[in-house]
Design a protein around this ligand. Sequence first.
Ligand SMILES: [Mg+2]
Length: 399
Amino acid sequence: MDTRGADPQLSREDAPGNPRAGGQAAASPEDTLASVGEVAALARIFPRLPDADAALVGPGDDAAVVAAPDGRFVVTTDTMIHGPDFRLAWSTPHDLGWKAAVTNLSDVAAMGATPSALVVAIAAPLGTTVTALEGIADGLRDACAALSPGTGVVGGDLSVSNTLVLAVTAFGDLAGRAPVLRSGARPGDRVAVAGALGLAGAGIAKLFAEGQSDASAPDGLPPGTQHGLPKVVPATGRQAGILSPDVAAGRAVRAAHPAIVEAQLAPVSPLAAGPRAADAGATAMLDVSDGLVLDAGRIAVASGCSLELFHDAIEAEGRTLRELDGSIGGDAEDFVLCGGEDHSLLATFPPGATLPEEFRVIGEVREGEDGHPRVTVGGRAYVRPGGWDPFDDWNGAIG
Ligand SMILES: [Mg+2]
């Protein structure tokens, strides 16, 4: 079904195919995609979505029209699938909307652009409650409002699937800047980061360690939730008896370790720092999605240079992490170096550049040894506990 033509003003009573059409039943927490129909569900979702300042024609027509004052636009997309990318036992619908927005918005910011608009496609099981879909919409709205005011949702699609899928496409405007690529780092540049390092990685490790019950299915998903949202009504607790064990375990972990679990489930990316870095002359930039060492390696390979991460800086990042959550202990530096999904911005700046206030220097760009780009920590290759050397075969391993 194509939601771009849906009229946000359409009432659920008017919805074609709505089994309750003509009735005056109020919205109920029991309503599902199957019971109210897609048009009525959309009529409840649309008013919750954020408006985009750049929308010349917003939702409600066959397609949106978005201003691109620069004459070019930045575009990126990211798909989140229940199972590989999130667990419904751990993420609330609001978390999912928030994270789907942030993962895309941070990619736009990492190019040096200001996000302008999102397009959102959701495929959900028929048993998904409309309340859950509203929660996803609220997460999208709140992430835009908090991190990128003026960015909004200009269109989308709602479809049915056995597995919950959120696919978001984000657009951005460069406002006359050159895009900041991964390939521009040069020896002598400083390496700097804006945003958290290691929090989200520590958070997912904690969820895996303590947020699963013995009742978890072999694939790690709680029984009965593999193909749909768990039937949880936290507001009333009326159905608390059917909380899956993993939902309860996940909530306990979240309550005990809020800093790291929130960073994993609802990450905060310093989006405004992206355009500021571009204005300050950043030579290369990306968002840290797969871990500092791996993502720094992507800049190293693309730029044909080596990136040295200062030992003292990594130790300081580890201390920050331990101060936020004392349970992390000796693993903190590993989370700093290898934890992904923080969606911080990693950039290189030429000598003499004045770094935007969000950035802190953690290293420097050096000549590649024998032309071989590497990432080093304190002058040495970093070897993870267990022996995996992320510096082996850079060119083959890093895409
Ligand atoms: Mg990225």
